[in-house]
Design a protein around this ligand. Structure first.
Ligand SMILES: [Zn+2]
Ligand SMILES: [Zn+2]
Length: 129
């Protein structure tokens, strides 16, 4: 159960109210969305492990560990999806354009809108001339 002053609610998590949530696992997150590294609530680390369950909102804005998911699902009125048609995508770090997941050999993406080149971890992106 959760208390009103649960320390895990100190983060700004209001935006997750009534979100659509897909179940997935650590291995899938590491493969498709490596920029998601911690539980949004308790900061538990994502491990490259198919036995570690995670819950991810449809917009891939964060990930939620199994324990926090179960503790907060009623409070946040999450709508659980089945995960089967979960769409992985990346968001351009510069303009926010949603780009369908496409894995190139070298893990480099080009934004179709602003033509910024960026790498998988989204932290480091290069500008084209
Ligand atoms: Zn957690
Ligand atoms: Zn862009």
């Amino acid at each position: 159960m959760i208390e009103k002053d649960d320390w895990r609610l100190l983060n700004d998590v209001e935006y997750l109210k009534m979100a659509y949530i897909n179940p997935t696992d650590g291995e899938e997150i590491c493969k498709h969305a490596p920029h998601l590294r911690h539980c949004e609530f308790c900061l538990e680390s994502v491990e490259d492990n198919s036995h570690q369950w995670w819950f991810v909102p449809a917009d891939l804005s964060c990930c939620i560990c199994e324990e926090c998911y179960n503790d907060f699902k009623e409070d946040f009125e999450w709508k659980k999806l089945d995960g089967w048609d979960m769409e992985w995508f990346v968001r351009c770090p510069k303009c926010g354009e949603i780009l369908r997941k496409f894995l190139s050999e070298d893990y480099v993406y080009e934004c179709s809108k602003c033509h910024t080149l960026f790498s998988e971890d989204l932290n480091d992106y290069l500008e084209l001339d």
